[in-house]
Design a protein around this ligand. Structure first.
Ligand code: 6PG
Length: 241
């Protein structure tokens, strides 16, 4: 596990954008492709702003990138809570990403059907090869969830790679999420989080007792952490610094 701590949100997001750019160029150089899984919520927005800005936007051959989602809210695709809707406005439109580069969750289907169809589209894309994403972006909720792996959810017990629907009672909404085993198969996973609100979740995941039912982000093996000093403020051990 690598933990990178930055002075503020801006520097954290710049560093995370650099992480994506480095991995993208490495993969495109080596394999001619970059399979990137996007996280949702608000944290990625500033990273996307940095990626679409000069000079970054010119440093990647975006046509070689395929975009997937680590999780999706089961709401209509034009609902502002929809993660693909956010990515469309912050990343895909500004970079003129074509539709055939984007693997969306079809939320017009029933929840488990949305999950099954999405998972089948991923399997089809990877053909007979193992489903190993090059980089999976992850955020962290203040309850220590990541993707849509929420505390005490049945999804946390899932031992197979795949995509599942899970009902989130507090939001009265279904979520569609990659399972932890699938996330852990990726070449790189990077948790991006910043701000004081996340401090206790960061400390619980990194220094609390190992209890993934309470702190689901502990299921993620060896992620790289990109956080700011505010999100790091509850960490006890100077070993992290
Ligand atoms: C989602 C995300 C989720 C997110 C965290 C943090 O669909 O909401 O994938 O796991 O990363 O909830 O959200 P913020 O970045 O908005 O704090």
């Amino acid at each position: 596990m690598k933990l990178f701590i930055y002075r503020n949100e801006e520097e954290t997001c710049k560093a995370y954008a650099g992480f994506i750019l480095r991995e993208a160029n490495k993969c495109i150089e080596k394999d001619g492709m970059f399979n990137l899984v996007l996280s949702g919520g608000n944290s990625p927005k500033k990273v996307f702003d940095i990626l679409i800005g000069e000079p970054n936007r010119e440093t990647i051959n975006w046509k070689k990138v395929k975009f997937f989602f680590g999780d999706e809210r089961h709401v209509p695709r034009d609902d502002p809570r929809n993660n693909a809707f956010m990515a469309e406005n912050y990343l895909f439109k500004p970079l003129n990403i074509s539709e055939d580069q984007i693997f969306r969750v079809d939320t017009s289907l029933k929840p488990q059907e949305s999950a099954d169809v999405y998972w089948n589209s991923i399997l089809e894309y990877f053909e007979k090869r193992p489903v190993v994403f090059d980089l999976i972006m992850l955020g962290l909720g203040d309850d220590a969830h990541t993707a849509s792996l929420f505390p005490h959810s049945d999804l946390l017990k899932e031992t197979d790679e795949g995509v599942r629907a899970t009902y989130l009672d507090k939001e009265k909404m279904y979520r569609i999420s990659l399972t932890a085993p699938l996330i852990n198969q990726a070449k790189n996973t990077g948790i991006l989080t910043y701000g004081q609100k996340k401090a206790s979740a960061v400390a619980a995941v990194l220094e609390g007792t190992y209890d993934p039912s309470r702190y689901p982000a502990q299921l993620i093996k060896n992620p790289q952490w990109y956080i700011d000093v505010s999100a790091a403020s509850a960490l006890k051990e100077s070993q992290h610094f």
